[in-house]
Design a protein around this ligand. Structure first.
Ligand code: ADP
Ligand code: MG
Length: 362
């Protein structure tokens, strides 16, 4: 989607991906196959580029540095080093005075057990490295019997963050863009609904109270400035039942919760990413109309017996205002994001209603 936006702005695009049949292959000029720690592939990619960006945070720092010898890498290695590591990321946020939930960084089963008990027993334990869509995470104290020793083993016996489970009122995110020339623009916040730690649907604007919106915008912009961001940064936030606004995590790239920006805003997050990394003037982030998305997971391509089935896209597309976005991923695995439906409405709730109605028809 970023490549399509770049092409529309007249750029030529090449990508690096561990999978040579990656989703971007049909819209780019060249594909470099290489794992996320393949510095040679990263250098080969960068050699023909004027600027390099990324849309997954787990690219090894060596790759970013190798690419950086040929072209500017935005966002840069210094910021990525901190964001890639949940422990460093949380420490950076806390150290700068941004509000985060209670947590402990742990490096052994024993420390994990102590942290869980100090934090009240109900916790989200997250591996410091890797992990997305709730992967590399374990919940303890939610009625399951999973204890610290099991959690430590399940997460690969590697450093983790133990977070107190918060009572959430809602989740929002703010996408902020900053260009090398220092221009900053942040999109109106999105409201995000997760189930089993995976984003199910998201809507822009979020309809939070104006003072919450102002606080969320200020936090996102200050984080972007604090990092001297070049590119995009999604700031995921929790609004707790007691009314606190806390930073959950940072994603320095286009983000699932802003897929609806294509329809909700004057400028999509994808175009904004390209504008930011190419040092162009940033686009207008005003709302055109409320828009929502609902994710389509691989489960929809499998019937109850696990046999392949084709979702009823024809039925879904009959819902007014609904569009289909598929990512060209081959293997429809359970829990894998294969695409999304987007929808617009007169008010945010109507946009959500329409995408949920369309998804129910699949
Ligand atoms: P990921 O990298 O997989 O997106 P997150 O840290 O954002 O990981 O967690 C995924 C989701 O799990 C969150 O959006 C939220 O719904 C839930 N979650 C994570 N941490 C907590 C917490 N400390 N308290 C309550 N819910 C949480
Ligand atoms: Mg998240």
């Amino acid at each position: 989607m970023t490549a399509m936006a770049a092409r529309s702005l007249g750029y030529r695009v090449q990508v690096m991906d561990p999978d040579s049949s990656c989703p971007a292959r049909f819209v780019v000029d060249a594909c470099f196959e290489g794992s996320w720690n393949d510095a040679r592939a990263a250098a080969n990619l960068a050699r023909g580029c004027d600027v390099v960006t990324l849309e997954i945070e787990q690219v090894a720092i060596e790759c970013l540095e190798a690419a950086g010898r040929y072209a500017p890498v935005r966002p840069g290695a210094a910021m990525m080093r901190i964001i890639q590591d949940r422990i460093l990321q949380k420490e950076w946020l806390r150290g700068c005075g941004f509000p985060v939930g209670e947590y402990r960084a742990v490096t052994s089963a024993q420390e994990m057990a102590e942290a869980i008990s100090m934090l009240g027993g109900r916790c989200f334990i997250k591996s410091a490295h890797g992990g997305y869509d709730g992967r590399s995470q374990v919940k303890v104290g939610f009625g399951s019997t999973c204890d610290a020793v099991e959690a430590w083993t399940m997460l690969g016996q590697r450093p983790c963050v133990v977070e107190k489970a918060l009572e959430l009122d809602r989740e929002i995110s703010v996408m902020v863009a900053r260009s090398p020339r220092g221009e900053v623009k942040s999109f109106p916040s999105a409201m995000n609904h997760h189930e089993n730690q995976i984003l199910v649907w998201s809507v822009i604007p979020s309809s939070v109270a104006p003072e919450i919106e102002a606080g969320a915008q200020r936090i996102a912009r200050e984080i972007a400035d604090g990092f001297q961001l070049e590119g995009l940064l999604a700031v995921e936030m929790f609004l707790t039942k007691s009314g606190e606004l806390l930073v959950n995590e940072l994603a320095p790239r286009p983000h699932n919760s802003y897929h609806a920006s294509e329809r909700a805003c004057v400028t999509s997050q994808f175009e904004q990413a390209v504008r930011a990394v190419c040092n162009l003037p940033l686009g207008d982030v005003s709302i055109v109309q409320p828009a929502a998305i609902v994710n389509l997971l691989g489960d929809l391509w499998l019937d109850k017996e696990g046999q392949p089935r084709e979702p009823r896209f024809d039925q879904a597309l009959a819902v007014p205002g609904v569009r289909l976005h598929l990512y060209e991923k081959h293997q429809p695995r359970k829990g894998r994001k294969m695409g999304h439906l987007s929808g617009v409405g007169a008010i945010p709730a109507e946009a959500v209603e329409r995408v949920l109605e369309a998804k129910a028809r699949l």
